[in-house]
Design a protein. Structure first.
Length: 113
């Protein structure tokens, strides 16, 4: 039987505001979880990120949180514990229209080691 290893995934979501504002801010979080290999871990990270996408209204404007990217994906070995760490909001430095579509599955995350 193959030994599952712990992976660290840093995820980034874009908070998008309908209309002229577009990108409001970035939100980031870290997930640590067990997986069989790096490719499976990447797919798990994408799934976790997609599960946290949401949509709500503020007044008459639509606000969406969209998974933008898996920033980092590292294999941590076999002796860790699963947990998540919210990294807090991060101000947007670029302007993106509300209609912008992210494709996080097309960019492979970097490795620390």
């Amino acid at each position: 039987m193959k030994c599952r290893q712990w992976y660290y995934a840093q995820l980034r979501w874009a908070v998008m505001v309908e209309g002229k504002q577009g990108l409001r801010e970035w939100k980031e979080a870290v997930h640590i979880f067990l997986s069989d290999d790096r490719e499976t871990a990447f797919q798990q990270a994408l799934l976790r990120g997609r599960m946290e996408e949401d949509c709500h209204e503020e007044g008459s404007r639509l606000i969406e949180r969209r998974l933008a990217e898996v920033v980092r994906l590292d294999c941590m070995g076999v002796n860790q514990t699963e947990f998540r760490v919210d990294l807090g909001p991060k101000r947007a430095k670029q302007k993106l229209a509300f209609e912008h579509i992210f494709h996080p599955e097309e960019t492979l995350p970097e490795e620390a080691f």
